[in-house]
Each structure stands twice: as C-alpha cells, then as structure tokens.
Design a protein around this ligand. Structure first.
Ligand code: B3K
Ligand code: ZN
Length: 878
C-alpha cells in the first residue's frame, strides 16, 4: 500500500497571496519539442514583509530569471518539485522568467500540449504551472498580453485570450500574433492555440449593438459540422442577455475543437477550447444526444464568461460557485430551448445515476468540501450536478424576484473579483427575508437526505396532516448529520385523481410549497373533505430520496391523473423501481406486473403526441439506479428482472412498437427537439422489441440498413448488441459492425460509438471481444475519447459484464487503468471511480473488486489515481 501521500489541502489554511500581479506579458516561441516561454510579471508586494515569492511550476526547465532587469543570482532562488521560491528584494518588481517546455511529450493533456499536430492548452485547475512559473491559484488576477511566434506553414492560426492586437511575418518562414485580454483573470483561464484549421465564421450583435465576430476552428473539411454549435452559441448569447441580463464583453469570441481532451470543454476567456465531440455534428455522424450535449456544453462554457470568468473562485474549494451556478444556467437554457419537463426528467436521471451513487459511496463529499487531496478529482457530479440543484432549490425557497435581485447584486458586487460561496449567499441574503443560514448547510453536509412521509386524514376536522421526517446517513468523515431546509412542492389529489384545492398556512391553492426544516415536522392542510393522496417533491424540488408512504394503487391513481409531466413520470418510475426490486425476490409478482403494464400503456397512449416524453415513460430504471436501493446488490438478478419487465412491456405493446419503428422521417435532417423526440421514441421501441429474443431481429437489422440518421443507426446497432439468446441477431450484429466500420473507419468520433456499442453489448464472448478491440491500432491510449468509449461505456453501462461474478470485468478495467495511468493521470483517476460502489455488491463481487483495488494500490500510480484508490479502499464510516 502506498504511504507517501501528501497531506490534503484544507480550506481553513487559505491565505491570500502576499504579492499582486498587475500585468503579465507572455511570449511564446513555439516548437513541438522545445517551446520557449518568456513570462514578464509586473507586480508589487501586497502585505507583510514576505521576502520569499513562491511560484508554482511543474516539469519546467528554467532558462533565466531576472528582477527589474538584473539576473537573479543562483543563491537567491530555489527550485523544488512544486515550483520556485525567489528572494524578492524590492517592493515593486518586473519579474522576468524564461522557461523551456516540451509540448510534444506532454501526454497528460494539462498545460501546453499537442493534439493532431496543433498546439493547445488546458490550464484548469493547475495546468498553467506546466507552462511557466506563476502563482497558479484562482485568486491572483491579472490582465494578460500574449505574443505567439511560430512556423507559418505549419501553424497558420495563432490564437489566445482576449482581443487580437496585431500579427505579421518574421522573415519568410515564421510569423507572430499578439493578443490582449483587458479583463483581469486567473491563470487557469489562460489559453493558447496554434495550428491549421478550417474556420466556421458568423457574428452576433450584442444587446448594446456591438457586432462581435464569432469563429469556430475545426479540422480541415469539418467546418459545416460546426454549424449547429455556432447556432447554439448565438442562442446562448441572446438567452444570457434576456434571462440573466449578461452581455458579452470582448471584441471577438473563438471556439477551437481538439481531438485529445480530458473532458468536455473549457471556458478560457474569449477562447473556449472544446473536445471535438462537443462541437462537430451532422445528422449522419452525430446522434440527437450528441446535438443536445453540444447545445448544453456550448451554452455552459459561454455562460461561464460571467459565472466563472468575470467573477471567479477565491480558491478551488469554491468550485461549485462557478460550476453549480453555470450548470443551473445551462439546464435552464436547455429547458427554454427544448421541453422543460423532458429536460428536467433527463437532469434528474443524470443526478440519480451519477451524484446519488457518489453520495452513497466512499467518494461522498460535500458540494463545498473542507479539504481535498487532488484538485482534479473534485470535478465531480456532486460539485456540478448537486451544486446546480442547490441553486434551483435556493430559487424555489426565496422566489424568482429575490433570486434575480440577489444575482444582480452578486454580479455588481463581485465583478472582477474572486469570490466565495459566502459572498454569493450574502448577496442572496440581502435580497430576501428568508434566513439562509440553514440553507448554507447544504454546501457543507454531504449525503443525500431521505425524506419519509405519512399522512393522516381527519374526516370531521377536514384536515390532512402530513408528517415528514428527514434523515441523512453518515458519509466518510461526516457522521453527525443535521437537518436541512428541504423544499417540497406538494399537491393533494382525491382518490378519483382530482387535484384538490386546499389550505395550508392560510393559503388556498392546488399546489403548496412546504419547507421541511426540522428532523420531523407536521404540516396540516385544511379544507380536505376526503382522504387525499399526496404528491410530494414535484418537479424534484429538492435533491432528496423520497419514501412517500404510498401504495401501488395510490401511485397508479396519481400517475393516471397528474397533469404535471414530471410528477407523472416520477410516479411511474417509483412503481417500476419497487416492482423491479421485488421481482428479484422469490414471490410471484405477476399481478403487480400486469397492473404496472396497464399503467404504463395508459400513460404512454396519453403522451403519444409528445414523443420525447412518451419515450421517457417507457424508460425503466437502470441497474445502476436499482443498486442504490438494494443491500448486497446482485447486478445480474437486477438485470434479469429488468429484462423480464421490458419483455413483458414489449409483448403487451408489440403492435404499436412495431408501428413506431416503421415510421421514417422524410426531407432534410432536422435537429430540433421535436424531431429528436420522434427518433427517441423509435429508439425506445427498437430497444423494447430487441428484448423479445430473435423475434424482431430481421426488422431491427433492416432498420439499421435503412437508417438515414446516426441516431436511428445506433439505436438499431445497440438493439442488435443486446438481443439475448438469438443466433440470427448475432450474425446481424457482426455484419452491421463490419459495415459500420467500413463506412466510418476514418471518422474517429463515429468510431468511438462503434467501440461503445460493443463495450455495452451483452453478447457472449465479450471479454475476448474487448481484448481484440484493445489490440487494434486505432485504440489509442493517448486519446481520452477512445479510452472512455471503451472503458467508460463498459464500466458504467454494462453492469452485468463489469460486475461479472468471476471478476473478469474488474480485472479488465484494472489492466487498462494500469496502462493509462502513466500517460494520463486525470483519465486513469476517472476510470478508477467506476469502482466507487463496490461495497454495495454481493460478497463474491466485493472480493473480486477489492482484489483489483489492492492491485492498483500496490502499483504506485499517479497521485490522482492514488487519491481515488485510497478513498475507495478506506473503511467506510457508515
Ligand atoms: N471548467 C472546465 C472543467 C475543468 C476540469 C479540470 N479538471 C469545464 C467546465 O466545467 O465548464
Ligand atoms: Zn463548467
């Protein structure tokens, strides 16, 4: 076991930086194997008598160092593994440091690296220190001027943050460009790109009438595939003006797509850098899910311009300040662009799949933690998705007027500064009469609260008393949990399914907002003439797990009656979840199963005019979700139960599903939410029919061949991958894979899908198949998209194989992690998180998972991976 882990970084140790950097001038002489960086920092001592100026630095070769034009003697500075400490003899200084780096050999994809023969950067969170010595922390803000010099033929475009200043030739072979970013920014927002691209150009006129050129830089030949991203960008710019009153603030806005990127995209000021998977799309090569992701990620990065860039984080503990708020903003944008109900349902599915699982395991941490070992590992579903839920919850509690007043106050007060969660909440507090002190606890307390409800009707008093309890289970390092303010949008229905107008605290309405503040509280509704059925946490108003105390009959009645699509969907999901968990047991559930199918059929028929929603009605809870509700979970039996349920639905609705998959769209590809909804329904129908063994293989195979969009093609391919117990479909699957590969071998983003389909397949011989895939020349361990396409899809979306009883799935992933870690620690650490729920599984699986975790623990891996391994193995506190 590794013992040399460094002590964690603690919030309580925060101290401001003792120097101010007033201006940064960076000069780059770009060469793939030997780039020179000349960094001229103008600054002064800020407070105290600090003689030592500490700058962060990693993998840098120092060439020279001078203060106010004089070389610093060697005994006046010290280079360590973390950076450099310089004796600062003066109060005001121009500190000039020249370093050398090798972008070509930088496989970590952090700092300045090469992707597809181009230079690009990734600095958040601590990549800038891999470019030059600098106080690489978010509370040191400075305006940057950048000059880039490079070979002209190889790197015709030279880009950085801010506004273009000038460019020109140097002799015949080289050229330069200068950029100036007037907005003081922390180093994590620095960006540089150099290379050859095709450019998709457009412009946007801001609300104050400023025409702003917009450009998206993509691979040669790909510019038309950037059209949708550009459209999403313009809609985001306009939406942020309309809804949040935020205008763009530079002369230009650039986006660059790169192939090798550790995550989705990065909000560098004026120069967003994107994983090409989230820029490039057309109907032939991208699915509707890709289009949806592009729209939301383009919006997310753009929205960071205010929530993250103009106001940044004081330290990385405050990460949720920019991420939670920005995710909330992008979710609202998607809700306005698409269907609000469908967007909300998808947000909740994602929250449950990723954040609830994180909260329930050894990696649980609060939205604003007190300490961390490795900052890269703090970019989690809790910080992002739960962080967004907290913003939504705050808005629900204080109301729209106070919410927007508070936000405007926050923007006015902290513009150009590095802020904290307390600063944000103070701005909100000054705009509302609600006391937000208890709300702040949501940021420091980890774990998902469980709310349980019971109701009592008094016929004579005509009251309904709703008794609510909340409880949060202990999480690592946090055993003592306090009550949180939990907002529950609540409606009461008659047993005939009519929404009742009742009184609560003197207000008469057909929906009330309850705020549960204590561990246990009663809420008394009056004017309730007959025994009602309660519908709680409507719209998922709080990120909790609900034990609603209802029986199946009540839930079915609600699902049939509710006019709120989210509540209806949630009711059906709860019915499905409970049924599936019971189907794993011995007892016969045939009657319940039949009743459930009738409920689904009825809801589906009523929803048919909204195909995106109808598709969600037919979606059944995943094995990953069910695991959270089962002690000693057995993924195979959960999968079998799920398959049985889906098979029964498919049999019951067979003819209408067949009709659905026979529908084809005509005309040009339409990426709208409506058209995507129709395709989603078709995909759901194909998936269900594929559960009837080989019965519909012919139909599914011909659907693959006749598909005109990638969404339909992939739906059919996935269905063929999932048919269990059919030999015909096996042949179809292999033939389809071959055809797909022949068509798309030169399109890496499409081939990623080809890898994923196979990694998620339930066909026999999967282990051998995966090994063959890993041995292919195009399986590039340096490309995170490719690694995730295989390993991520396998570990996250193939629970039966990943959790195989003999442990091969765990072993396969571990082998891969061991290979990736040396090249890319951020990626390997992310793969290790696939083990996060290991203690929830049956004993045999735990033995295999622990064996592989111990193997990783013994392997002396990167600090990032080690952090996750250590936490995963730690004895849980609950
Ligand atoms: N801020 C970046 C994420 C950076 C991740 C660094 N490990 C993208 C985003 O959230 O918008
Ligand atoms: Zn973000």
């Amino acid at each position: 076991m590794r013992t040399d882990t460094s002590p964690p970084v603690r919030l309580s140790n925060y101290r401001p930086y003792p120097f101010v950097i007033e201006h940064v001038q960076l000069d780059f002489l770009l060469e793939a194997n030997k780039t020179r960086v000349i960094n001229k920092m103008t600054g002064k001592r800020s407070y105290g008598e600090h003689a030592l100026m500490k700058l962060d630095g990693e993998d840098l070769k120092l060439v020279s160092i001078a203060i106010n034009g004089l070389a610093v003697p060697e005994d006046q500075y010290e280079i360590t593994e973390e950076g450099i400490s310089i004796q600062m003899p003066v109060d005001e200084f121009i500190l000039e440091i020249e370093t050398e780096i090798s972008p070509e050999t930088n496989t970590q994809l952090s700092g300045l690296y090469m992707s597809g023969g181009r230079f690009c950067t990734q600095c958040e969170a601590e990549g800038f220190r891999r470019i030059t010595y600098y106080p690489d922390r978010p509370d040191v803000l400075a305006p940057f001027d950048v000059r880039i010099e490079a070979n002209k033929a190889a790197y015709p475009f030279l880009l950085s943050n801010g506004n273009p200043v000038r460019q020109g030739n140097i002799g015949t072979e080289r050229h330069f460009a200068e950029w100036s970013d007037p907005h003081p920014k922390p180093s994590y927002l620095f960006a540089l790109v150099a290379g050859d691209f095709d450019v998709y150009n457009d412009s946007f006129t801001t609300i104050s009438g400023k025409e702003t050129p917009l450009s998206i830089y993509v691979d040669k030949g790909d510019s038309q595939r950037a059209a949708y991203a550009m459209d999403a960008l313009k809609r985001s710019m306009s939406w942020d003006e309309d809804v949040f009153g935020r205008e763009y603030d530079l002369d230009v806005f650039n986006i660059v797509a790169v192939r090798d990127f550790n995550f989705g995209a990065m909000e560098n000021k004026g120069l967003n850098i994107f994983n090409s998977a989230y820029v490039l799309a057309d109907g032939q090569t991208a699915t509707d899910t890709d289009f949806e992701a592009i729209e939301s990620i383009v919006a997310h990065e753009y929205f960071h311009n205010w929530t993250g860039n103009r106001i940044t984080c004081r330290d990385w503990f405050q990460l949720c300040l920019k991420e939670g708020l920005t995710v909330y903003r992008d979710q609202e944008f998607s809700a306005d662009m698409r269907s609000r109900a469908v967007t909300r349902i998808k947000d909740v599915i994602r929250l449950r799949a990723r954040q609830f699982a994180e909260d329930a395991g050894p990696l649980a941490h609060s939205v604003r933690p007190d300490e961390y070992a490795r900052i890269d590992n703090l970019y989690t579903a809790t910080v992002y998705e739960k962080g967004a839920e907290l913003i939504r919850l705050l808005r629900t509690i204080i109301g729209d007027t106070a919410f927007f007043a508070g936000l405007n106050r926050y923007f006015d007060t902290y513009d150009g500064q590095a802020a904290t969660i307390e600063d944000f909440l103070n701005s909100m507090q000054l705009s509302t009469s609600e006391d937000l002190r208890e709300f702040a606890r949501w940021y420091s307390q980890s774990g998902t609260p469980v709310v349980s409800a019971t109701g009592t009707h008094d016929t004579i008093a005509r009251t309904y008393t709703l008794s609510l309890k909340q409880k949060t289970e202990p999480t690592p390092g946090q055993t003592d949990k306090k009550p949180l303010p939990i907002a529950l949008r609540t409606a009461l229905f008659s047993n005939k399914g009519k929404r009742l107008t009742t009184k609560l605290n003197g207000n008469s309405d057909d929906e009330h907002l309850i705020i549960l503040r204590d561990t246990q509280q009663d809420f008394v509704f009056t004017d309730v003439s007959s025994e009602p059925i309660h519908s709680l946490n409507r719209g998922f108003s709080s990120p909790i797990r609900l034990e609603d105390g209802l029986n199946d009959a009540n839930r079915s009645a609600l699902a049939a009656a509710d006019n709120d699509p989210f509540a209806q969907w949630e009711g059906l999901q709860t019915l499905a979840r409970n049924l599936l968990l019971d189907m794993v047991g011995e007892e016969d559930q045939t009657d319940r199963l039949n009743a459930f199918i009738d409920a689904i059929d009825e809801a589906f028929t009523a929803a048919i005019d909204d195909p995106a929603y109808a598709a969600l009605i037919l979606r059944m809870p995943t094995v990953g979700e069910l695991i959270l509700d089962q002690a000693e979970a057995n993924p195979s039996s959960l999968h079998t139960a799920r398959l049985k349920l889906k098979r029964a639905i498919a049999r019951h609705m067979e003819s209408s599903l067949v009709a659905t998959i026979q529908h084809s769209e005509t005309g040009a590809f339409d990426p709208s939410a409506e058209a995507a909804g129709r395709r989603a329904l078709k995909a759901t129908a194909i998936d269900l029919l594929s559960r009837l063994h080989d019965e519909h293989s012919d139909r599914i195979s011909s659907s693959f061949h006749s598909a005109t969009t990638m969404t339909e093609k992939l739906a059919a391919l996935n269905a063929l991958a999932n048919i269990e117990g059919g030999s015909q479909s096996g042949e179809y699957f292999d033939a389809a894979l071959t055809e797909f590969e022949e068509e798309w071998a030169e399109a890496p983003l499409v081939m990623d899908k080809w890898y994923s389909v196979q990694a998620m397949s339930v066909r026999q011989d999967l282990r051998a198949r995966l090994q063959r895939l890993c041995a292919r020349p195009d399986f590039d361990l340096k490309n995170p998209n490719r690694v995730r396409a295989l390993a991520g899809a396998f570990a996250m979306n193939n629970p039966v194989a990943f959790h195989a009883p003999d442990g091969w799935g765990y072993e396969f992933l571990t082998d891969l992690i061991l290979k990736v870690d040396d090249l890319n620690p951020a990626l390997s650490a992310r793969l290790v998180t696939s083990f996060e729920s290991w203690r929830r599984f049956s004993a045999d699986r735990q033995i295999h998972a622990e064996k592989q975790l111990r193997r990783l623990d013994d392997a002396n891996l990167s600090k990032n991976a080690q952090d996750i391994i250590t936490r995963a193995l730690a004895l849980s506190s609950n």
